[in-house]
Structures are given as structure tokens and as C-alpha cells.
Design a protein around this ligand. Structure first.
Ligand SMILES: Nc1ncnc2c1ncn2[C@@H]1O[C@H](COP(=O)(O)OP(=O)(O)OP(=O)(O)O)[C@@H](O)[C@H]1O
Length: 253
């Protein structure tokens, strides 16, 4: 997939507070970026801005050399998809119908779901291990299951750029591993940017890390960015590094 997200001198502020300043960033397909940082540092705000759903203060966000704001809505929906942190369901709907919402931008001029749409939604549901819930009402799902249905909807949408806000927040430990592995595989074809609070999962599965702190940021490969020194500066607590079997773990204390 020939595609690239680029930010140039990007600045973001919310509620009178400067969150991001002078962010110069390139994300091509094949990379899985985790955004890490303290509560309130601006991870979600940045994901909304990269999705084109929230304003920026200055600088630019480019998709395929075209400013984000210049993309028509449908073309943008085919290019990038966003999975928010919380899924708000206002009325009953089957799990499969919820996943099928992801196919909406693929139906030029509207119309009903085709057999191909349904097959794609079923594959997406199978990929997140929820085929057996296809006919259930989304309102009856657990938080972790609902989060995986949202990931399935994003898979059905199949955008080149996938933006995920804390995709493993509600997952048990084995599902966290499965989801991070799966997202890493997705990055084989797509570009993936995900916020995350688990430094060790980011160290194991992300190819790259954007580490945000008040007034500064670090970006690069996960190995380059994640160190005791940078984490201490970003999180305001101390860390010890443990290495075992090629896996790095950062223990806060
Ligand atoms: N619409 C808004 N109006 C005022 N302040 C806002 C608005 N949106 C976000 N903020 C503030 O911007 C800051 C960053 O919020 P954001 O949700 O991006 O943080 P985060 O890094 O995702 O945090 P967390 O790890 O807790 O999810 C917070 O202090 C928040 O209160």
C-alpha cells in the first residue's frame, strides 16, 4: 500500500493548555506506532486531530501529500479509520450489523450491504474471535467484547491508516497479547497508530514509539525511544529495566 501520514510543525492545544508542539512525524505503512505518556498529556487529543475530527493549532497533517482538511469525507473514510476509547451504543443492534457499519464508506451512493460486505464483516468478527456472538445484541456484550467488536468494525472498514485509542484497555492478559500480536500483523500492510498505557506491551510489539511529556516528545523506533532515562523524564517516577529472553520490561518504582 503506497501511503504516508506526515505531520509538519504540528501544534495542539486544548482548554488553553499547550499539549503538542512542533511535532514532525512520518508514518508509512509497515509501522506500528504506540503513543505513550501520562494521563492528560494529549494522546487522545492527538488521535482525534490525526483523524480529522478535532482542530489543530498550527502546522499541518498530510495524508498522501494532501492536507487532511482537503480530503472529501468518503475518500477520507476509506483512507483512515479511528477506533475511539469508548463505544457508545444508543439502541439495540446485532454484533454483525455493528461490524457492518465499517463497510459504509465502501458503498458508493449508499444501498444495502452486499454479500461481499457481509462476508468481510464475518471475517473481521472471526479475526477478533467473536463469531459466536454475531447475532447477539451489542448492548449485552462485556466491555472487552465490545472493544473487540469495534476493532472488527475497523477491520471491515480496512483503511490504510488505523488509529486506535487504548485498544487493550478492557482486555484480559491473554487477549492483550493476542490483540497486540494481531495489531502488529496488521501493520504489515497498514500504518497503525495506537495509544497505550502499557509500556511493556509497547516495548514488545510496537515497531515505533511516540513518547509524550509536558513540553517535549521523543519519537523513533521502540528500542531507541524506550529507556529508563526517557521514561523517568516522561512519567515522573523511576524505572528499572529487566531483560529476559529478548523481552524488555520496565518496572516503575
Ligand atoms: N474539549 C476540551 N476542552 C478542554 N480541555 C480539554 C478538551 N479536550 C481535552 N482537554 C484536555 O486536554 C488534556 C489532554 O487530554 P487527552 O484526553 O488528550 O489526554 P490523554 O493523554 O489521552 O489522557 P489519558 O491517558 O487520561 O486518556 C487534558 O488535560 C484534558 O482535560
Amino acid at each position: 500500500m503506497n501511503f504516508e501520514l506526515r505531520t509538519e510543525h504540528l501544534a495542539l492545544a486544548r482548554g488553553g493548555q499547550q499539549l503538542i508542539d512542533d511535532l514532525n512525524w512520518r508514518v508509512p505503512p509497515g509501522e506500528f506506532w504506540c503513543i505513550l505518556g501520562q494521563n492528560g498529556v494529549g494522546k487522545t487529543s492527538l488521535l482525534y486531530a490525526l483523524s480529522g475530527l478535532a482542530p489543530i493549532s498550527s502546522g499541518s497533517i498530510m495524508l498522501d501529500d494532501k492536507p487532511l482538511h482537503a480530503w472529501p469525507a468518503q475518500a477520507l473514510a476509506l483512507k483512515r479509520g479511528f477506533m475511539p476509547q469508548q463505544q457508545l451504543d444508543s439502541f439495540p443492534s446485532s454484533v454483525l450489523a455493528t461490524v457492518l457499519v465499517g463497510r459504509t464508506p465502501h458503498r458508493l451512493g449508499g444501498g444495502w450491504d452486499s454479500d461481499a460486505d457481509v462476508a468481510q464483516a464475518e471475517r473481521a468478527l472471526a479475526a477478533v474471535g467473536l463469531t459466536h456472538k454475531a447475532k447477539m445484541d451489542v448492548l449485552t456484550l462485556s466491555a472487552g467484547e465490545r472493544q473487540r467488536v469495534a476493532l472488527a468494525a475497523l477491520l471491515a472498514q480496512a483503511p490504510a491508516l488505523m488509529l486506535l485509542d487504548e485498544p487493550v484497555a478492557h482486555q484480559d492478559v491473554s487477549q492483550q497479547l493476542a490483540m497486540m500480536r494481531f495489531i502488529r500483523e496488521l501493520a504489515g500492510k497498514h500504518a497503525v497508530i495506537s495509544s497505550c498505557h502499557d509500556i511493556d506491551l509497547a516495548a514488545r510489539f510496537a515497531t515505533h514509539v511516540l513518547l509524550l511529556a509536558e513540553g517535549r516528545h521523543w519519537l523513533g523506533t521502540a528500542d531507541e525511544v524506550l529507556s529508563v532515562d526517557t521514561l523517568q523524564q516522561a512519567f515522573d517516577c523511576r524505572f528499572e529495566l529487566l531483560e529476559s529472553g529478548g523481552v524488555r520490561s520496565f518496572i516503575p518504582y
